[in-house]
Ligand binder design. Structure first.
Ligand SMILES: [Zn+2]
Length: 481
């Protein structure tokens, strides 16, 4: 498939290289074949700039946003019980709406840490996610969830049960019973791998060290080394998880994970808010990538990424939304800005530059999904994944044409509204801020209608969910969390 795109400027490596002037990008068979300099800007391209497309290094692809079904923003541990309010809907619709909204937010590449709605129907759910990735046209890595211990609270369940009426105990204990065995999960990885296509790949998804037993983690480390398949895992999202790990592994959880072979360039760790200096040095040595999830960490009261430690140790990181963007709108451009400002406020030495910011958002995050594929930059031969922004809104009140620099304005102001075009593998996925391969408003309407019908016909057991929520709050001593 051949295609050309004309723009006034090309930010081939934003922040690292000065932008090119008027250009025509020639796209062929999913790659950038040539970047041709033009003598002048075509009138229709006067306000357009091309950048490498953005990656979302950690997400869950929920078409129904958590706030929409009643999981309120609060601490992670008390939020998790409220996820039970999510109506069970068609897996295709759920993922297609999630991916289409991401695409409109500038995201070409996304991790999909799958949360099952029905633990016995994972393959069917994966089939829906695979089809959704193909239809929307974004590149998705599907992390197959492995879990099995410490559900509901970390450590023994008895103190929590003591806060609940006897009639609730069996149900809460069942929540600690894994839906699938480890062997079944490995078989599912193989089965889901048969659904792979150029926009869908499979990874191992141990949900978090507190939720997965060591035998399974070691088996995943071995399988990843044998197959080259990547691993995606939550780690140290909250201070309580860190406290659990410190009690469980006095020699250090990270050293333990290293001993069983899990720390490698194939591993991505989501959140990692509570890393210490030694952890960061070890992760940097092993080439592990972090997905920092700034908005999510604010909304779920987890804290702020340990920016200074990451920079001091040279830990590689990308940016993720975790389904929890600040304005609940999957806007990766706004997330970029939030990360930039928060990081700059910590980085008193001014080490972190726009070049680093875009490397995180375009290259490192992408690599956690696609592997090293030469993407995240606009260069001849690179994958044709690009974001074309309309600069009119960002530059509307600029007094001169050259100050401030365009990149300062885009980092400071651009939002999803300014997405003129998102191209993935040479195909236009978003045009003028709206998905072009799927009808997002129609998908959203169908999803909402189905969710409301499910809610009407088989509503969640609200009093039971609320009792558990209150018990978990009490367990953690949360007055206001
Ligand atoms: Zn997550």
């Amino acid at each position: 498939m051949n295609n050309t795109i004309e723009v006034a400027h090309v930010f081939a490596r934003p922040g690292a290289e000065a932008p090119l002037g008027p250009s025509r990008l020639h796209l062929r068979e999913g790659r950038i074949a040539r970047i041709e300099a033009l003598p002048q800007v075509p009138a229709a391209a006067r306000h357009l700039v091309a950048l490498p497309a953005l990656a979302n290094a950690h997400d869950h692809g929920r078409g129904l946003r958590t706030l929409a079904f009643g999981a309120r923003d609060q601490s992670l541990e008390t939020w998790l019980p409220e996820l039970a309010y999510e109506p069970r809907v068609d897996p295709y619709l759920r993922a297609a709406v999630g991916f289409a909204r991401m695409a409109e937010g500038g995201i070409a590449v996304a991790n999909h840490c799958h949360n099952t709605q029905d633990g016995t129907a994972l393959l069917k759910e994966a089939e829906g996610v695979s089809r959704a990735a193909r239809d929307v046209g974004v590149r998705v890595a599907f992390a197959v969830p492995f879990a099995g211990r410490n559900g509901v609270v970390y450590g023994p369940i008895e103190p929590l049960l003591a806060r609940l009426p006897d009639g609730d105990h069996a149900r809460v204990k069942r929540m600690r019973t894994p839906a699938r065995t480890t062997a079944e999960n490995f078989a599912l990885v193989d089965a889901i791998a048969r659904l792979e296509h150029d926009c869908f790949s499979v990874q191992y998804g141990p949900v978090g060290p507190q939720w997965v037993d060591d035998t399974t983690l070691a088996a995943i480390a071995r399988a990843s080394a044998d197959t080259g398949r990547c691993v995606h895992m939550h780690l140290f999202e909250t201070e309580r998880q860190r406290a659990w790990a410190d009690a469980e592994h006095p020699g250090g959880l990270l050293h333990h994970l290293d001993d069983i072979g899990l720390l490698s360039p194939r591993l991505t760790l989501a959140h990692a808010v509570w890393l210490d200096d030694a952890d960061c040095r070890l992760l940097a040595r092993r080439g592990v990538t972090i997905s920092v999830n700034v908005s999510s960490n604010l909304r779920l009261r987890s804290g702020v990424p340990p920016w200074t430690r990451l920079l001091d140790a040279g830990v590689c990181f990308g940016l993720g939304l975790d389904g929890m963007s600040l304005d609940d709108d999957e806007d990766m451009l706004r997330e970029l800005r939030l990360a930039w400002h928060l990081l700059a406020a910590s980085d008193r030495r001014g080490r972190f530059t726009f070049a680093d910011l875009f490397r995180a958002a375009c290259v490192h995050g992408r690599t956690t999904v696609t592997g090293p594929d030469g993407g995240g930059v606009l260069a001849e031969g690179a994958p044709a994944d690009l974001l074309v922004l309309d600069t009119r809104h960002s530059t509307r009140d600029r007094i001169t044409d050259d100050r401030p620099a365009l990149l300062d304005l885009l980092v400071g102001r651009a939002t999803r509204r300014d997405v003129h075009r998102l191209v993935v593998a040479g195909r236009t996925v978003v045009h003028e801020a709206a998905c072009s391969r799927v009808d997002l408003p129609a998908l959203e309407a169908a999803l909402l209608a189905e969710a409301r019908e499910v809610e009407r016909v088989s509503p969640p057991d609200r009093p039971a969910i609320e009792r558990l929520h209150q018990a978990v709050r009490g367990h953690w001593g949360c007055a206001g969390c």
